[in-house]
Unconditional design. Structure first.
Length: 792
C-alpha cells in the first residue's frame, strides 16, 4: 500500500499528436501531452512486464503501484504500449486492463515488430527498445524499467539485444538495475562503450554509509558547490572507489562502472548537457543497485544462472526464446524470489527516475506547484506565533510519515438532553457535555497519533487562523504534538464547526455541521504535502470535495449524505482500484450503493461484471450463504436487508469493505487473491478454521472463483462496553487504529487480505486492537480516549 497517488483521468486525444514540432502517429494522453509541453517531469514505463513478465492480477497491481510511486515523487507516469495497433503513450486504466488480462493474446513488441503490429491492429507490450523510441517521439526524456537487455551468453552467438542498438541512436535516459544477470555483462558494457552510451551507477545510501563520516561531510559540502575544483575533487574520489555496475538481481556484477551519480541532479545535468547542449543522439543508462533488503546473493545467483544456461544448451534453446526460458528457470529455482525482486527493482527505479525527471524539469524551465502550507518551519519543533496574536507554542513538524489524513477538523460542541425523547420545535433541557476539537479527519489522525505516538500522522485540512475556532484548533494540534505541516489557512471561509445533540443514554439524535471550508482545501496543497512526505497510505474522509479525491485513499465515510459523493467519481475496478480499505456503516453502505447504482456503475459489463465473475459471486455462492444463514441469524438478517448484495456489487470498486454495524460490530467482506489457500483453511460446513486457531471472529466464509481469486466474509462480534458515554468517536477511533496498523507495518497490510496461518496473528491483532480502541471511545466523554494508547 501503497501506497497516496494522483489519479488523473485523461480525455481522448486524436490519433495524431504534434509535440516539440514532431508528428507522432498514435495516441498521447492529454495529461502527458500537457506535461511535456510545459517541460514538467514525465517518466515513461514499458509494458512487457505487464503482458509477459508477471501473472494476472499481480501484473496490473504492479503497474498501478509503479505509476503511483512516480506520482508521489512529483512526476507524471506514461505507461507505453500498443492498443489495437495504435502506439499509446500514457495508457488509460481500461487499456491497462486490456494489456494485463490473461485471456487476451498480447504480443511482445520491439522496434522490428512495430510495422506488423500496426498493420494487423495487434495489442501488446513494448520492450525497452520500442518504449525508448515511442518515448522519444512523444518528447519524454526519462524511462524507468527493471533490467537492461544486452549481449547474451555465450557471446560467440552474437545475440545482441535491440535495447543496446536503441540506446546508441535514441536520446532517452534509461533508469534500470543494470544488465540482467543472465547476460554477459562485461561484453554488454563494451558494446555500449562502442555505441557511445554513458553508463553511470547510483551511489545509494548503503554505499555512502561505508564512507568515513568526515569524508561524507566533505562530499556533502562539495556537492553544494559549482566550482571546477570542487566538482573535480568529487569525481576523483568516486573514481578511486572503483564502483561496479549492478547485475539486476545482485548489487555488484563485478564489472567496473564508467561513471557514477550520487544524486538526481548529477544525472539530470548529464542528460541536459548531452542532449540539449551538445545535441547528442545517443541514450543514457543510469544504473541503480537493488536495495539491500531485496537484493539476492551473487554466489547463489551465479550458480543458478549457470545451471539454467546448461539446461538451455541441452535443450537447444536460443535466440528470442532464450531470455524468457532463463527467467522462467530462475523463477522456479529461486522459488519465486527472482520475480518478487524484479517488482521491487522496478519500483525503486521508478522513484529514482521521477527524481531525475524533476531535476531535469527545473533545468529545462518546467512549471512547479505554487501551493504553500501556512506553516512550513525549517526545523522540528520550531516556535511560531499562532496567527500573530496568541502565545508562542511548540509546533510539531516531521520529515517523513507513514500516513496522511485528508479531511475535516472542526470545533465540536456536544449537548445531551435530559428527556428520553427529543422534542422538535421546542427547547430541550440538558447540558453542554463537551466542547472541543473534532471532525472526522482530526479524530482519525489524532486517534492514530495517540495509539502510536512514535509514528506521526499528517492531517491535511483547512482553517481560518484569524477566527476563534481556528485558533482553538491550532492550539489543540500544538498541545497534541501533531504536525501542522498539512494546515492551510483560507481567510474567506469560517473554520468548521459541528454541534451535536444526544439523547439521555448518549446516542446521537441530531446534529448540524458547518464544514464548507473543508471542500475548499486547495488541490495543489494536498498534492504538494503528499509528494513531500511520501506516505504509505492516504485516508480521506467524505467531507472533502470529489475534486480532491486524486490520491490513492483509504475511505472513511462520515454520513449518508456525504458518502454518496464517491458515486460521482470515475473509478477503476479491481485490481486497479485505488482503495486500500473502506469502512462504512451499514447505512452508509446503502447510500454508497444507491449512488453507484444511479451513476450506472453496475452496468459496466466489460470491467465491473468481469470482476464479479472472476471472484465467483454467482447463484451457487449465494446458495451457500443461504445455507449458512440457518446457523447464523446475522447472515440471514444481512441477506434480507440486502447488505450482502450491496457489498458484493461494490467489491470490484472497493476490494476490502469493513462494515461497521453498531452492536453487531464488524463484518469484513473482501476480495482475496489466495482463494484456494483460504478455502483450505476454512470448513465448508461449520465456517470455522479447520486447524482450530484462536480467533476473534465467530464465522468465516470463503468463496472461490477463477485465477485463484475469491471472496472472504468474516464477522467480528462487538466487544463488551461496561458503560456507554459517547458513541460519536467510536468509528473514528477504530479507523485511526486501523490506519496506524496498516501504515506502520507492510506485513499488516498484506495480512488484511489473507487467511494464511502466517498472517493470522497480525490480522487478529489488528481487528482486536481496533475494536478495543472503539470501546475505549464509547466509555469516554472524549471522542478520542487517551486510553487507546499502548495497546498490545
Amino acid at each position: 500500500m501503497n501506497r497516496g497517488i494522483l489519479l488523473k483521468l485523461c480525455k481522448p486525444a486524436p490519433n495524431r499528436s504534434v509535440l516539440y514540432g514532431r508528428r507522432f502517429f498514435g495516441h498521447v494522453s492529454e495529461e502527458v501531452r500537457q506535461a511535456v509541453s510545459e517541460n514538467s517531469p514525465v517518466v515513461a514505463l514499458e509494458s512487457t512486464i505487464i503482458t509477459h513478465g508477471l501473472p494476472y492480477p499481480e501484473n496490473l497491481e504492479m503497474a498501478k503501484s509503479v505509476e503511483s510511486i512516480i506520482r508521489e515523487s512529483g512526476a507524471i507516469p506514461a505507461t507505453i504500449g500498443f492498443v489495437k495497433g495504435v502506439p499509446t503513450v500514457g495508457v488509460s486504466d481500461d487499456d491497462l486492463i486490456l494489456l494485463g488480462q490473461p485471456e487476451v493474446h498480447n504480443v511482445k513488441i520491439s522496434r522490428r515488430d512495430i510495422p506488423n503490429v500496426m498493420a494487423r491492429k495487434l495489442t501488446g507490450g513494448t520492450t525497452i527498445a520500442s518504449t525508448m523510441m515511442l518515448a522519444n517521439n512523444a518528447g519524454i526524456d526519462i524511462f524507468s524499467t527493471g533490467g537492461l537487455g544486452g549481449v547474451s551468453r555465450p557471446w560467440s552467438l552474437f545475440d545482441v539485444s535491440a535495447d543496446l542498438e536503441e540506446l546508441g541512436q535514441t536520446p532517452v535516459a534509461v533508469v534500470c538495475s543494470g544488465p540482467k544477470s543472465i547476460l554477459d555483462i562485461q561484453r554488454t558494457m563494451e558494446y555500449l562503450e562502442t555505441k557511445g552510451v554513458p553508463v553511470s551507477t547510483y551511489i545509494d545510501e548503503a554505499m555512502k554509509q561505508k564512507i568515513p563520516y568526515e569524508r561524507q561531510q566533505r562530499l556533502n559540502k562539495l556537492s553544494e558547490s559549482t566550482s571546477e575544483k570542487d566538482l573535480n575533487e568529487i569525481n576523483h574520489f568516486w573514481e578511486l572507489q572503483q564502483i561496479n555496475v549492478p547485475g539486476f538481481y545482485v548489487r555488484d556484477s563485478g564489472v567496473r562502472s564508467p561513471f557514477v551519480w550520487e544524486n538526481p541532479e548529477v544525472a539530470a545535468n548529464m542528460i541536459f548537457y548531452g542532449k540539449y547542449n551538445m545535441n547528442m543522439k545517443n541514450g543514457y543508462v543510469f544504473c541503480a543497485p537493488a536495495p539491500l533488503d531485496v537484493a539476492l546473493e551473487k554466489s547463489v545467483m551465479d550458480k543458478v544462472i549457470d545451471e539454467a544456461l546448461y539446461i538451455a544448451d541441452e535443450k537447444n534453446i536460443n535466440g528470442k526464446n532464450l531470455t524468457p526460458f532463463l527467467l522462467k528457470t530462475l523463477y522456479e529455482k529461486t522459488y519465486g524470489e527472482s520475480a518478487k525482486c524484479n517488482v521491487e527493482f522496478v519500483k525503486n527505479n521508478a522513484r529514482l527516475g521521477a527524481k531525475i525527471a524533476n531535476a531535469l524539469s527545473l533545468l529545462k524551465g518546467g512549471k512547479r506547484s505554487q501551493a504553500q502550507p501556512i506553516f512550513e518551519p525549517k526545523i522540528k519543533r520550531e516556535k511560531v506565533e499562532i496567527g500573530g496574536k496568541g502565545p508562542e507554542e511548540n509546533v510539531q513538524t516531521t520529515d517523513k510519515v507513514n500516513a496522511v489524513v485528508v479531511g475535516s477538523v472542526a470545533l465540536d460542541t456536544m449537548c445531551q438532553i435530559k428527556n428520553k425523547k427529543l422534542l422538535l420545535k421546542d427547547s430541550n433541557p440538558g447540558k453542554i457535555v463537551q466542547s472541543g476539537v473534532g471532525g472526522v479527519g482530526f479524530n482519525v489522525a489524532y486517534a492514530a497519533t495517540v495509539y502510536d505516538p512514535s509514528s506521526p500522522i499528517i492531517l491535511i485540512t483547512a482553517i481560518n487562523e484569524t477566527d476563534h475556532a481556528g485558533l482553538v484548533v491550532l492550539q489543540k494540534l500544538c498541545n497534541a504534538s501533531m504536525p501542522v505541516d498539512g494546515l492551510v489557512s483560507l481567510p474567506g471561509c469560517s473554520t468548521a464547526q459541528y454541534i451535536s445533540m444526544h439523547d439521555s443514554v448518549g446516542n446521537l439524535a441530531i446534529a448540524c455541521a458547518d464544514m464548507e471550508i473543508v471542500e475548499h482545501i486547495p488541490i495543489d496543497h494536498v498534492t504538494k504535502v503528499i509528494r513531500k512526505y511520501e506516505p504509505k497510505i492516504v485516508l480521506f474522509d467524505a467531507n472533502i470535495s470529489t475534486d480532491q479525491w486524486k490520491h490513492e485513499p483509504d475511505f472513511e465515510p462520515t454520513s449518508g449524505v456525504k458518502c454518496s459523493k464517491i458515486g460521482q467519481l470515475d473509478l477503476p475496478v479491481f485490481p486497479l482500484s485505488p482503495f486500500e480499505l473502506v469502512t462504512p456503516t451499514v447505512e452508509e453502505l446503502s447510500v454508497i450503493f444507491e449512488a453507484f447504482s444511479q451513476q450506472g456503475k453496475f452496468d459496466d459489463i466489460d470491467n465491473w461484471f468481469s470482476v464479479l465473475d472472476s471472484i465467483g459471486i454467482d447463484s451457487e455462492f449465494r446458495e451457500r450463504l443461504t445455507q449458512a444463514s440457518h446457523k447464523y441469524p446475522l447472515i440471514e438478517q444481512y441477506l434480507v436487508k440486502g447488505v450482502f448484495q450491496q457489498a458484493f456489487q461494490l467489491l470490484p470498486y472497493f476490494p476490502v469493505l469493513l462494515i461497521k454495524d453498531g452492536a453487531n460490530d464488524l463484518m469484513l467482506i473482501e476480495i482475496t487473491k489466495e482463494a484456494k489457500e483460504a478455502a483450505e483453511n476454512v470448513s465448508k460446513y461449520n465456517y470455522k478454521f479447520v486447524d482450530g486457531r484462536p480467533t476473534g471472529s465467530d464465522f468465516v466464509f470463503v468463496g472461490e472463483g477463477r485465477h485463484n481469486l475469491g471472496v472472504i466474509v468474516q464477522h467480528f462480534p462487538a466487544h463488551h462496553a461496561d458503560e456507554i458515554v459517547n458513541v460519536t468517536g467510536a468509528g473514528d477511533c477504530l479507523a485511526g487504529c486501523l490506519l496506524s496498523e496498516l501504515s506502520s507495518n507492510n506485513s499488516t497490510s498484506e495480512a488484511l487480505r489473507s487467511l494464511s496461518i502466517n498472517s493470522h496473528n497480525l490480522r487478529e491483532m489488528m481487528f482486536h486492537n481496533a475494536q478495543e480502541c472503539a470501546i475505549s471511545s464509547i466509555q469516554s466523554p472524549e471522542a478520542v480516549s487517551p486510553q487507546i494508547r499502548s495497546r498490545e
